[in-house]
Each structure stands twice: as C-alpha cells, then as structure tokens.
Ligand binder design. Structure first.
Ligand SMILES: NC(=O)c1ccc[n+]([C@@H]2O[C@H](COP(=O)([O-])OP(=O)(O)OC[C@H]3O[C@@H](n4cnc5c(N)ncnc54)[C@H](O)[C@@H]3O)[C@@H](O)[C@H]2O)c1
Length: 467
C-alpha cells in the first residue's frame, strides 16, 4: 500500500503546508534500479579519513577505488599519515579535498580502528563535524572499526563501543535527507571482506538501512566479480507468492539465481505469477506439513541459498490468546524453519550454502499483543547465532534480517494510527518497501557478505522501536 502522507509532502502544496506546520517531510529514498555493477561509485566523490592509529586504511582504499570512487583525502586531520601511507603502498594518488563550501562528496568514510581513548575519539569529531552539513541528500557516512568483543583492553573496548552510540545518533540527524550512517566492525583478518560490505552499504542497494552495526569476521574467500554473483545458484524462498517473499525472489533472480518459490497450496495461483515474473519454479507447499522438508529436498536438489521468509501474525493480548493462535505462529515462523533445516543439513545443501531467516524488529523490542510473534522472531535471531558455526564449517553462513515497518499486505491490515506511527517513528520517517528487505537478503545470500555469519541486520530505516 502506498504512503499517502509521503506523496502529499512531495506535492507543491503539501511541501508548503508541512513546512508551515513544522511537520516531517519524509525524503523519497533513492533505491537501486538494477543489479550490482563493477563500478557503482564511478564519477562519485568520496572523502576518506582515519584515526591516528588507523589499521584498515588499505582495505578501505582498496574497496573504494575498486568501486570506481573519485577519492579525496581530508587534509587536516590526525589520520593523514596512516591513510597516506596506505595510499602509497597501493600506488594510489589521492586528491586533496577542495577548499570551499561547494565540495559535497557522496560519502564520508572514516577508518576509526585504533581509537583507544576518549581524546582519540575527537578525531571522529574533527573529520565529520565540519563536513556533515555538506553531505548531500542520499549521502552516506560509513565508519570502520574493530568490534568491542575483540578488544580486551579497557580503552579500545570502551572507545569501540562509543562508536555505536555515535553512529546511531548521527543516523538520526541526517535521516531526514535520506542519508544513512552505518558502522562496520571488522575482525583482524576480515579486511578482504570490507569491499563487499561497502558495495552494499555505500550504494542505493541499502537505501533503508541506517544506524546499524554490521560485523565482519574472517572470510573463507572473497568474490572476484560483483555483478550476477548468484548466477546459476539454486535459491529456495518460502512465502514467495507475495509481499516480501516475492520481492526477494525477484532480487535474487536479478543477480542470476534460479529461484524455487514455496507458498501454501491455496496461494498456488499467486505463486505461479510470482515465479513466472522471475523465470522461477513454484512449489505449492505448507511449510508446516509433515512432508515439507522431504519434498523440498527431493524436488529442489542441493540448494545454494535458502531464505526462510514465510511468516504470519495472529495478534492477541496473551490473556486472550487461544492456544491455536500460539501454536500456529510458533510452528510457521520458527518450528518449520528448524525442521526443514534439519533435513536440509542432512543432505539438501550445496557446499558453501547461505541461509537467511526473516526475523522482525518486533522480536527485538517486543510488542503488546504479539507475544507469540515476538517469541518466534527473537527465536530466529538466536537460531541464526546458534547455527552459524555449523554453517561456517560447511563454508557457508546463516544470518537473519529484521525488517521494520514494511509496506505489505501484513502492515496494510494494521489499524490506521499504529500504522502511521510505525511508519513515521524512524530516522527516515517512512516505511520500507519489500525491495529493501530483498536487497539485504540478496546481499547476505551472495559473496558480497563474505565473513558475515550469525548476525541480524535490521532493515528498518532506524525505526525507534527497539533501537
Ligand atoms: N511487513 C512487515 O512490515 C514485516 C515486518 C517485520 C517482519 N516481517 C516478516 O517478513 C516475512 C514476510 O512478511 P510479509 O509482510 O511479506 O507477509 P505476507 O503476509 O504479505 O506474505 C507472507 C507469505 O507467506 C506465506 N505463508 C504463510 N504461511 C505459510 C505456510 N505455512 N507455508 C508456506 N507459506 C506460508 C503466505 O501465503 C504469504 O504469501 C514474514 O516472516 C514476516 O513476519 C514483515
């Protein structure tokens, strides 16, 4: 369903009225219109900087120049030496930042690794404060750091944690222009995987992701090409007849995957239409059926990608919740995922398979009337964490995506006020589209997310719920 308020504030009259009354005017987000290409930042300026002890400048520069970015170096900050040294060792010439108000780079990227004290945090302020007002609409801020969990000393651990608060606040500050700010925490040895994460977060593929922290571990392998990275891969998507599942099928197919969509037998017609749009195959199946796992294995062959998206809500306050409302939601949203995966793990997965499970910010924050739903969605997050080591042993990964408010049939059925509040209470002041979830799933299903395992990525425009 469409967001009438957003449309209204983009009309001449609506814009004036919103300004007059001090109402929010949600930006029209700039989303990807096609697949990944090799040089997504070609002709776009990116200003780089780092801390005095920056450790990832080489990986940062490699990733950005690989994307075709026009690289500029901030001239007057404490990380000049490590960034210059990294550029020299790569044989790269960085341009000096042009003086004056007119220079307005698409992205500000800062290597904050090595920050180990309160005074050292000032480098972040010095790099971003004078420039943030010049960030254009739909611009990007991205910080690189080491994860607090990998830093045992008090100073570095504290400073690394502090960066999370910084990025969450900055995201809220710049969201009204459709700009995003995210933090990527890289394990020692995870540097080669930075390129994939930056391709996602710095481009229109991640338009609805802001205020988030994404952790990168040590990857087994990193991609050598970026476009059509799922070419020939067999991908199963549950709940693919409509909404988010149909969008996931479409985006996986855009990157070359052969999609097999699953949905309930009564949705066979819609599933057929959804699959014919992507050249995929439909499998009419209730994921809770006793033979669901067996049929998936026998009819789909070894799978490279598995997306557990099918999900339902049956909202009621716990005091009024009949047992079948509990059982239905628990079984579809969580029980079926675990049962199907147990069978797939026996002999239904190709080597290096990637799984993505759809959670919800409801599972992070909780919601009155959703004890059943939130139980399953928090369970999904735990499940992805728990299964991650096993998937890593197989050369693959499992991650969860937690959507915020997304414009689908599920949210169209909400009462007007909660729906309007759900949309507006986020840094980007609007709901997301199924395509936003599909982009995140496709990132996590592909080699672009090398090194990312057992994590939950919120795709919610930094919804204030559970933030
Ligand atoms: N829409 C949102 O704002 C939002 C927010 C957070 C999380 N999510 C999650 O995203 C996922 C997709 O949500 P959506 O909004 O597209 O929902 P939707 O209701 O539009 O689509 C869900 C699909 O799953 C299918 N399905 C339901 N039960 C099934 C079963 N037993 N077997 C096979 N298929 C089944 C449905 O037929 C439907 O096609 C769900 O897991 C949902 O919990 C959605």
């Amino acid at each position: 369903m469409s967001d009438h308020y957003l449309e209204f504030t983009h009309s001449a009259f609506g814009r004036q009225l919103a300004a007059l009354m001090g109402l929010p005017a949600p930006p029209r987000l700039r989303r990807a219109t096609g697949g990944y290409d090799d040089q997504p930042l070609a002709t776009r300026a990116v200003l780089v900087g780092g801390s005095e002890q920056a450790q990832m400048a080489e990986a940062m520069l490699g990733a950005l120049s690989g994307m075709g970015a026009d690289l500029y170096l901030a001239p007057d900050h404490c990380g000049l030496a490590p960034v210059k040294a990294a550029a020299a060792s790569r044989g790269e010439a960085l341009k000096g930042e042009p003086l004056g108000e007119r220079f307005s780079p698409h992205a500000l990227v800062f290597d904050a690794s090595g920050i180990d004290s309160v005074p050292a945090l000032r480098s972040l302020y010095e790099f971003l404060q004078p420039r943030i007002a010049r960030l254009p609409a739909h611009g990007r801020v991205l910080l690189l750091s080491r994860a607090p969990s990998s830093l045992s000393e008090v100073g570095p651990h504290t400073a690394s944690m502090a960066l999370r608060g910084f990025i969450r606040s900055l995201a809220k500050e710049i969201g009204r222009k459709g700009s995003t700010a995210n933090l990527v925490e890289v394990a020692t040895g995870g540097e080669p995987a930075v390129a994939g994460a930056l391709r996602f977060l710095l481009t229109e593929h991640a338009a609805f992701i802001t205020g988030q922290t994404l952790g990168i571990g040590v990857p087994d392998a990193v991609p050598t090409h970026w476009g059509q990275s799922l070419f020939g891969r067999r991908a199963l998507v549950t709940g693919a007849a409509r909404g988010i599942g149909a969008a996931i099928a479409q985006t996986l197919a855009r990157e070359g995957a052969q999609v097999i969509g699953v949905d309930r037998p009564q949705e066979e017609g819609a599933l057929g239409e959804s699959m014919s749009r992507v050249g995929g195959r439909g499998l009419a199946l209730d994921v809770t059926a006793a033979d669901a796992a067996e049929r998936i294995v026998s009819e789909c062959g070894p799978l490279d990608v598995v997306v557990h998206n099918a999900g339902v809500t049956r909202d009621k306050m716990l005091r009024n919740m009949a047992p079948h409302l509990w059982d239905t939601v628990l079984d579809i949203n969580l029980g079926a995922i675990i049962r199907i995966n147990e069978r797939l793990l026996a002999d239904g997965l190709a080597e290096g398979a990637r799984m993505v499970c759809i959670s919800s910010i409801g599972g992070i924050a909780g919601n009155a009337g959703q004890t059943n739903y939130a139980t399953t969605k928090a369970g999904v997050i735990g499940y992805a964490e728990a299964l991650a080591p096993e998937m890593a042993r197989r050369g693959g990964a499992i991650n969860a995506v937690a959507p915020g408010f997304i414009e689908t049939a599920m949210t169209a059925a909400m009462p007007v006020m909660p729906r309007e509040i759900g949309r507006r209470l986020s840094a980007l002041a609007q709901g997301g589209l199924p395509a936003d979830i599909a982009e995140a799933v496709t990132f996590l299903a592909s080699g672009l997310s090398a090194g990312i395992n057992g994590q939950t990525l919120r795709v919610c425009g930094q919804n204030f719920v559970g933030a």
